[in-house]
Write a protein that binds this ligand. Structure first.
Ligand code: C5P
Ligand code: MG
Length: 297
């Protein structure tokens, strides 16, 4: 993905030839990239999921923690809470990634999972001033090439909207500690509400879980002024629910949708994995690929 973005201003994308990159319709991907390249950085916005999309799924053979799992630290929660959160994870995570169930079936179960975990966290009265230390002590890792990606977007003044069903306060701390929390980065997520003593008392606003991102996109993202007049979208995610994150973009022209297949890779059946490079773009006339270079000024 990072390579694709990096190469948008160049005329070849050798990464697309890798066997790890699967495309439903290669020609449409190429057309979309060419169209986005012609329109330039001024027409582009990037909408990305966070956990397991901007962060790695695994590192040195172990799972990288999600923003919720970063909170599993004795600085913040006790052993009993850890046990209960893990039981909930073991029950609901397999449902979240089950390709055999519809989003409608999953939705009430996801609400239950998130709500129960948030209630547990509130009972623990998590301390705001301990979050940074918990992130520092965690094994959270951003994906390879993240620095180039964030730096390039900020240099080109391309807005990056991070849309996460994780915990916003933790997410911010992860990107801050990795020195990429730039002004072009906007975050929509579940934010903690602390009382006057700095203890967690609630979560702010409407709950965001993996299957209601469409509503969040319509109510929040559509209102962001920086995103107006940018009809081309690079959409990054790892869950089928992430596909709806661009639904708030009115009058989009090209959407390049890139999905990271993280889990159950061995049991992967291409026909059922809709997220892998599903391209939604008005059909354009066929173009030669690599894209022709624009005439130099
Ligand atoms: O940033 P993103 O939207 O991917 O964050 C949500 C992810 O966090 C979900 O995919 C889910 O697997 C994970 N999660 C978790 N623990 C919870 C709730 C969600 O690890 N209690
Ligand atoms: Mg994710």
């Amino acid at each position: 993905v990072l390579a694709i973005w990096h190469q948008l201003t160049k005329s070849e994308i050798p990464e697309l030839a890798k066997c790890s990159v699967l495309m439903k319709e290669r020609s449409r991907v190429e057309e979309t990239i060419c169209a986005m390249q012609r329109a330039g950085a001024g027409s582009l916005q990037v909408i990305s999921d966070f956990d397991m999309t901007l962060t790695r799924f695994a590192h040195n053979g172990t799972r990288v923690p999600t923003t919720h799992n970063i909170l599993d630290n004795r600085l913040l929660i006790d052993e009993d809470c850890t046990k209960k959160m893990r039981e909930l994870l073991n029950t609901y995570y397999p449902i979240e990634i089950d390709a055999g169930r519809t989003a409608e079936e999953k939705l009430p179960l996801m609400v239950k999972w998130w709500t129960e975990v948030h209630e547990l966290l509130i009972q623990q009265r998590i301390r705001k001033d301990m979050l940074a230390k918990a992130v520092k002590e965690s094994s959270a890792v951003l994906r390879d090439g993240y620095k180039l990606f964030f730096d390039h977007l900020t240099e080109q003044q391309v807005p990056l909207m991070i849309f996460s069903a994780g915990v916003g306060d933790v997410l911010e701390e992860v990107i801050r500690q990795n020195h990429v929390f730039y002004p072009n980065v906007h975050i929509i997520s579940n934010y903690m509400d602390f009382d006057q003593t700095g203890a967690l008392r609630a979560f702010k606003g409407q709950l965001i879980h993996s299957f209601n991102k469409r509503e969040g996109a319509l109510s929040h993202a559509a209102g962001l002024r920086e995103l107006q007049g940018r009809p081309n979208v690079l959409l990054l995610g790892d869950s089928l629910g992430d596909l709806t994150m661009a639904d708030g973009v009115s009058e989009h022209q090209n959407i390049l949708t890139i999905g990271f297949l993280n889990d159950k890779v061995l049991g992967f059946i291409p026909e059922r994995t809709k997220l892998i490079s599903t391209i939604t773009t008005p059909r354009a006339s066929p173009l030669p690929f690599p894209c022709p270079r624009p005439p130099s000024a």
